[in-house]
Design a protein around this ligand. Structure first.
Ligand SMILES: [Fe+2]
Length: 398
């Protein structure tokens, strides 16, 4: 039942009082709470896209929109940045700290975020570029798009990057990036920065302790060669007892720093003949091998294969997911829109929205996912629903 509205006279008097009371930083309530979400179970229409609440209660409220960043539209800006870098006296990596563009969700008013918890950027490193060593409270990852080249050094583990690799820089770990090859290299950065920003717990340190550094303290020494964490943790179900799993001063971090794209692909391919999941295809969780928990406390990573011609069923979650297309072509229908994607495209499915994937005929598609489901699980808010074969809604996680 809708609440009885205030009559015009009473409302005008309340607003007059509000004008006066604002100086004491209070608001006299004149309307009912109006959340953007309808009740979780009410929106059965797969085209439902969530509505913004109106009025003073909702002032400042924002809602992430589904969005698709097409590689062929956004990637030319990398060349444009690189051109400035080669022609300017001071390259962007010096004046802006990074050569990158950040993805802005159209629903979030220009904020540098793709969903309520996640930030994404696409970075380019030219030959010779170095991003100096630093550490910070947000957790971050690199999804490598270039075929080969570039590195990230995480707490002395030098990770040589190849396409499809994931390199993690958990909170509180020293890391520096660079490119000592001959070709520019490109990757996608994903961070839980907006969540930390909301909590006002962002901090960053660039004063690398002297004994860890070389090159004017800009970069760390490579104490371990590439593959170090893979040698320790790369065999499922086998973890070395002698190893110290702590990296840097981080909390709840995964010591498996560098996951290779070719290992992920091998696992997906080995499982290709399995039935898989009607909602996700052949879906892998990438996890902290020591604890079995998600890679980061708030963010979980996954890789899924949608086999050529496969069409998944509609599913929705209370969490938001960012997708990076590593292989193949296909489409994702989300809240009534269809995103036709191809390699290197990035798209976001915000919380609560129905979505399903379809891979084109002829080639399997591989999607990497970044999701805030682990955060929602921890605060008791993770739920998921699917539409079963008979068209009925089933509770996947109630
Ligand atoms: Fe960083």
């Amino acid at each position: 039942m809708a609440p009885t509205p205030l009559n015009a006279d009473a409302r005008a008097r309340m607003e007059a009082l509000n004008a006066e009371a604002a100086q004491y930083a209070i608001w006299l309530r004149t309307q009912a709470n109006a959340p953007a979400q309808r009740p979780w179970f009410a929106d059965t229409d797969v085209k439902a896209s969530g509505e913004m609440a109106q009025g003073r209660v909702a002032a400042g409220q924002m809602k992430a929109a589904p969005h698709h960043w097409k590689w062929r539209e956004i990637s030319p800006y990398l060349d444009k940045i690189a051109r400035i870098a080669t022609e300017a006296d001071v390259p962007p990596v010096e004046f802006a700290d990074r050569q990158q563009f950040l993805l802005t969700n159209p629903g979030l008013g220009g904020r540098l975020q793709v969903a309520s918890t996640m930030r994404c950027a696409v970075s380019i490193y030219n030959p010779g570029d170095v991003a100096r060593a630093h550490l910070h409270s947000p957790n971050a990852s690199r999804t490598i798009l270039s075929d080969k080249g570039g590195y990230t050094n995480v707490e002395g583990e030098r990770c040589e990057a190849s396409r499809g690799d994931l390199i993690f820089t958990p909170n509180g770990t020293w890391h520096d990036h660079g490119n000592d090859g001959n070709e520019p290299i490109v990757w996608v950065d994903t961070l839980d920065w907006p969540l930390m920003e909301f909590l006002d717990i962002i901090w960053l340190d660039e004063e690398l302790p002297h004994e860890m550094g070389r090159d004017n303290l800009r970069a760390q020494k490579a104490v371990y060669s590439t593959g170090h964490s893979r040698r320790l943790y790369g065999q499922g179900g086998i973890v070395p007892r002698f190893a110290n799993h702590q990296r840097g001063i981080g909390h709840q971090l995964s010591p498996y720093i560098h996951l290779r794209g070719r290992d992920i692909k091998e696992s997906l391919t080995a499982l290709r003949a399995e039935a898989g999941c009607p909602y996700e295809g052949i879906d892998l969780a990438l996890i902290n091998p020591v604890t079995g928990a998600s890679i980061f406390p708030a963010l979980g990573y996954g890789a899924q294969m949608i086999r050529a011609g496969e069409e998944t069923r509609f599913k929705r979650e209370t969490s938001s997911t960012v997708y990076v297309v590593i292989e193949g072509r296909g489409e994702t229908e989300v809240a009534g829109q269809t995103f036709k994607w191809e390699e290197n495209d990035i798209f976001v499915v915000p919380n609560f929205l129905w979505r399903r994937h379809k891979a084109d005929l002829g080639k399997d598609a591989v999607l990497y996912t970044m999701s805030d489901a682990p955060l929602l699980e921890k605060i008791g808010q993770y739920r998921a629903q699917g539409v079963d074969a008979k068209g009925k809604i089933e509770q996947l996680v109630a």
